[in-house]
Design a binder for this molecule. Structure first.
Ligand code: DGY
Length: 394
């Protein structure tokens, strides 16, 4: 009997890429049904549905289209889409496993599904894909999610999960049952969904396997950091609300060795730097400037200088640690000025990292990022100081 439901949450995708992915998933004997959850009934929804109906290759496959339900209480977004799929999986099917994949992966193939199936067959409750990413990609993952987990939960596996915001994963039925019953998960209708899924998987003690997809994920990248503002805010807000969690169990966790990276990913240096620089000097107001009084004086002073000239050379690993702690203590998720300030602090951090680390090469950058997360855990555990972070060699 078929064991798995493959689900693609989607919004406005390239219809050809999306339908190819549906076809690839439906062709796998282990897959009993493909579920496509659209953000709304837009052109992409109608065209993809029509293409699937008329496709002879899909005539014997079960492909279901749904518009996502309004399940959560945050901004309606990807979280409602993923939770709609979980709910459908539990209420409408008897399948053993659910897979999630982003609909826009241009190089999606059967391998993505089959690799997860193999790891699940080894007895793991959750399988997550990870893959090589450009050194200036994943700046929310590294600077917000992994950093936040390292500050708050240094003794757990949370900071060491390779891609905690990854949208390519498999869950055994018991995991989906636990998540969909959890009010925090159901509420998280926005970009925060990946962070809350990751956290709850670990909190509930589910075992996790991370498979390495060396081919990487060929998909649309953002142009400038401004495109990530709402994702940044929504991901940070989850970490902010997760403060104070206790008793996180030690899970069985295996990470496959990362074995190679394509030249395309290795040589890519991400976003539009020129456009991003301007973001630091725009849209300041008196409230934002006064919030900087809550930060250590030299961070507040340097950030404030951005009202006149662009300054980010101070936002090294140690100052980012301190800024992040200050944000955790003082942030107000409902305040638009805090949201803007969070964004500007993060932009200065990403620019510091880009110019001091990323320019030195791919391997150098990842050595730095992994050591940064280890270092943050040590500082949080008080076995190292911020000075140690500044002084360590590369
Ligand atoms: C991340 O940081 O992982 C986001 O996907 C943006 O790249």
């Amino acid at each position: 009997m078929s064991k798995s439901l493959v689900s693609f949450p989607f919004k406005e995708e390239n219809v050809e890429v999306f339908v190819n992915n549906i076809r690839a998933a439906a062709d796998i004997p282990e897959v009993g049904e493909v579920l496509c959850v659209g953000a709304r009934e837009n052109e992409c929804y109608t065209q993809s549905l029509e293409a699937v109906k008329g496709d002879p290759a899909l005539k014997d496959s079960k492909v279901t289209f749904l518009v996502q339900e309004r399940l959560g209480s945050k901004r309606p977004g990807k979280g409602d889409g993923m939770n709609t799929a979980l709910k459908y999986f539990i209420e409408e099917t008897g399948f053993k496993r659910i897979h999630f994949y982003d609909a826009d992966i241009k190089n999606f193939s059967k391998e993505w599904v089959l690799e997860s199936e193999k790891a699940a067959n080894m007895g793991f409750d959750v399988v997550r894909h990870y893959f090589p990413r450009a050194r200036t990609d994943a700046m929310i993952t590294w600077m917000i999610t992994k950093t936040g987990f390292s500050l708050l939960y240094p003794d757990t596996q949370l900071p060491f999960i390779e891609q905690p915001l990854g949208g390519e994963l498999l869950m055994e039925r018991k995991v989906a049952e636990t998540l969909i019953k959890d009010p925090d998960v159901l509420a998280q209708s926005d970009w925060g969904i990946d962070t809350i899924y990751t956290y709850k998987m670990v909190e509930n003690g589910f075992s996790m396997y991370e498979t390495y997809m060396s081919s990487g994920k060929d998909h649309a990248l953002y142009p400038g950091l401004d495109a990530l503002e709402s994702m940044l805010y929504e991901c940070f807000s989850v970490i902010y609300y997760l403060q104070g969690g206790t008793g996180i169990s030690h899970i069985k966790h295996r990470i496959e060795h990362a074995s190679g990276v394509s030249n395309r990913v290795e040589n890519k240096l991400g976003f539009d730097i020129q456009k991003t620089l301007c973001l630091l000097s725009e849209d300041w107001n008196e409230k934002q400037k006064s919030l900087l009084d809550l930060f250590p004086p030299e961070i507040g002073k340097k950030m404030r200088e951005n009202t006149e000239r662009i300054v980010f050379d101070f936002m090294d690993d140690a100052n980012w640690y301190t800024s992040y702690r200050t944000l955790l203590e003082n942030f107000d998720p409902g305040c638009p000025d805090w949201r803007k300030l969070l964004f500007k602090l993060w932009v200065s951090r990403v620019l510091w990292y880009t110019t001091n680390v990323a320019l030195k090469g791919y391997s150098y950058s990842f050595r730095h990022l992994y050591r940064m997360i280890d270092g943050y855990a040590r500082v949080s555990k008080k076995v190292e100081t911020l000075e140690d972070l500044r002084n360590r060699g590369e």
